[in-house]
Ligand binder design. Structure first.
Ligand code: NDP
Ligand code: NDP
Length: 318
């Protein structure tokens, strides 16, 4: 595969980026993906400052390749995370869920490349104005926290591509090499993949959650809780409680009380499939096994190459 704007920016082999996912993407997954030629990301949103410090140290010991940290701006101790990232000279940071103007200059001043995650054209342009190096545009299909407007990846990528000058990374619904090629045909320079890596050996998700992802079928997830923060999750018992609350006309405060604290940890990390919040994308319907991250990267690139050859040999005559 040839170099492009993203592989050159990050100094990686393949334009394949593993998403930062709370409770699922610790240093083991990030290092495994980076060692396989993609870009691994530590999801810091679920880590206390000391925990992030430890994960960065371990990741550096496990790989000499570039890796990144995902920093959701709604994280309560964000100043401490920023300090830790700078102290360890982490080369790349993916910020999300907040205003990219807040930290971009500070991070870039320390030689860190900054990418911001958005779910709309408006925020993509705002991120570009804030001086980020690249944008991740994430469609409605994606697991976990998401935009309110329900724009699918198929529509979002060309819409953003039309106006954005800096490199564009597509996310949401990308679960194999064919989807990777499709996203790049739409104008993306790279793809970011979450759900497929949850069902990897190295992911820090609980085995119960990994198995639930493998068992999930098309139609088994839903984007909900838009009044709090929109999130796509598996329609388990907890989701049914949310549905009942909506049907009963619950207020935002009642929904917040029902959600409580630590639901995501309970489900994805501790393996409570009944009461936990199980954040995963629509593409879980295409995930049938749990395998090493290196194999996932290899399969993506191999399938991408096969699909590209097929595409190149089926030209139409105009
Ligand atoms: P909750 O409010 O339900 O719970 C907070 C959880 O975060 C707890 O389980 C807690 O662990 C853990 N945690 C880690 N560091 C801290 C800290 N400094 N202060 C308080 N709690 C901390 O939130 P969620 O589990 O839904 O989300 C956790 C965090 O992840 C959010 O604060 C947000 O920053 C981030 N997030 C990012 C997303 C993204 O898009 N990347 C999506 C969703 C959330 P313990 O139980 O061990 O105390
Ligand atoms: P607000 O919606 O109050 O936004 C706070 C400030 O940040 C506002 O100035 C707002 O701009 C700006 N802002 C918010 N999100 C973005 C973004 N993605 N890119 C650029 N600027 C942004 O509070 P929150 O911080 O809670 O943000 C909520 C929004 O964030 C949701 O609408 C959702 O789309 C997005 N989000 C994205 C996640 C992700 O990782 N993909 C995860 C969770 C949330 P303005 O005044 O112009 O509205």
């Amino acid at each position: 595969m040839e170099q492009n704007r993203i592989t050159s920016l990050f100094n990686i082999k393949y334009p394949l980026i593993q998403a930062g996912m709370i409770w699922c993407s610790g240093w083991k997954l990030a290092a495994a993906v980076s060692n396989s030629g993609g870009l691994g990301i530590i999801g810091s949103g679920s880590m206390y400052p000391q925990v992030l410090d430890e994960h960065i140290r371990k990741c550096k010991d496990a790989t000499d390749k570039p890796f990144a940290v995902n920093l959701p701006m709604l994280y309560p101790d964000i100043d401490k995370h920023i300090e830790t990232i700078i102290k360890h000279k982490v080369p790349i940071v993916f910020t999300s869920a907040g205003n990219p103007k807040t930290w971009t200059n500070h991070l870039k001043g320390h030689g860190i490349k900054v990418v911001h995650v958005v779910s709309s054209l408006k925020f993509a342009l705002k991120a570009q104005d804030a001086g980020v190096d690249a944008v991740v545009a994430e469609g409605f299909e994606a697991g976990g926290h998401n935009g309110r407007d329900e724009t699918t990846t198929l529509c979002l990528i060309p819409i953003v591509k039309e106006k954005l000058n800096i490199p564009l990374i597509a996310a949401g619904g990308i679960g194999n090499g064919r989807a990777m090629l499709a996203a790049m045909n739409l104008g993306a320079d790279a793809v970011q993949v979450g759900s497929r890596f949850v069902a990897s050996l190295e992911s820090s998700a609980h085995d119960n959650f990994k198995n639930a992802v493998v068992d999930a079928k098309e139609g088994d997830t839903q984007l909900t809780l838009k009044e709090i923060t929109p999130v796509r999750l598996i329609k388990n018992d907890f989701y049914k409680q949310v549905l009942n609350a909506y049907e009963g006309g619950s207020s935002v405060d009642e929904l917040k009380t029902l959600l409580g604290r630590g639901r995501a940890k309970k489900g994805m990390f501790e393996g409570d499939m009944i009461e936990g919040e199980l954040e995963i994308g629509q593409i879980s319907g295409l995930i049938h096994d749990i395998k090493p991250a290196a194999e996932i990267v290899y399969d993506f690139i191999k399938e991408y190459e096969i699909a590209l050859n097929e595409q190149n040999s089926s030209k139409f005559n105009f």
